[in-house]
Write a protein that binds this ligand. Sequence first.
Ligand code: PLP
Length: 428
Amino acid sequence: MTENSKVMFERAKQVIPGGVNSPVRAFKSVGGNPLFIEKADGSKIYDIDGNSYIDYVCSWGPMILGHNKKEIREAVISAASNGLSFGAPTELEVVLAEKMMEYVPNLELVRMVNSGTEAVMSALRLARGFTGKNKIIKFEGCYHGHTDSMLVRAGSGILTMGESDSSGVTDTVANDTLVAVYNDLDSVSQLLDKYEVAAIIVEPVAANMGVVVPADGFLKGLRDLCDKHNALLIFDEVITGFRLLRGGAQAFYNVRADLVTFGKIIGGGMPVGAYGGRREIMACIAPLGSVYQAGTLSGNPIAMTAGITQLNLLVDDGVYQHINHLAMCLEKGLNDIIKRNQIDAITTRVGSLLCMFFGISSANNYREVKAADTERYGKYFRGMLECGIYLAPSQFEAMFVSYSHTENDIAKTLECAEKVLIEMRKEG
Ligand code: PLP
């Protein structure tokens, strides 16, 4: 029963556009009503109807340790007793920046902001300010937050000029965004030959079109192309940062980025983003340089405390071993089920990020994954929810495994998956 959530959704729609503060939460692409969540603990979330679910959304990534981690909760409560915001420097901001620099390669200065969107927006402005060039290359299907210039995925054709997916984005802005094909270096090379490009921005593991794994040599190829064309390489590590490894995708794939954007995990569940990179580039930001960027709540003491505490707990390698192992078991289990029951689906995975696509046989870029059968995913999603498993309410999102997930959680998830998939097959 999700009666209370239904009533609450109706009430929410009276005061919030579509009843939600971020579109995917509305369950539009999977059908049904969103659950309103009362609390979360460990690997579980609880809705206002008293149902509990094994959670694979994990707040879209930040909760790498699971929900309501005691150490983070206590640190936040303690920090709150000193005041919520000062609008002046604190030691906490310095500590979080130092911690990030300790683990992440090529971070020589870090600026804190309040969201991944803000981090990307600021990094792009900085790249333009530093290089004196305007164009940015992004990849079809990669999401970098909702700053105007990134709401561009482009239409058909490999080398199209940007065309925005959102109304309200001017052509002038969209035209400075060039769109290439993920895992296709030629598509990038052709754009670089034709335009003066300030930067290439990429999700090192594309995790906003389901999970699309970078092909061998793709990220290194981008590095080489950037060097050849004097463009900056920006790794958007809002998802991959501190998830693939403490050093993020740069360390995981051994490829150097000029600028890196962060969010999610570094805030421990509080609203945080950050961007950083080579000193020479970062020194262009005000007050050192002429690229302006500011924020009333940037470096907020509560958010910094949550982030520092979470990063301290990630020092234990056991966390990464655990989440990667469980994700691997989940992937293997799903693949076995797919095979055993001849389900038309595939899985993709890097570390603790994974995805199951229905109705396609390969997932190398947006064109391939967008052919996935979203209707069948919707059915699967609803069946899993009914069984107590909370998956992302969209085919084109990742599953996140946390340190609080257990072998039992995985076993129950696989049991539900097999039951739901068999039922779906029977229904045809
Ligand atoms: N970049 C990536 C890769 C993301 O996945 C997201 C959000 O999911 C963002 C940027 C935007 O972050 P935020 O939602 O914190 O603004």
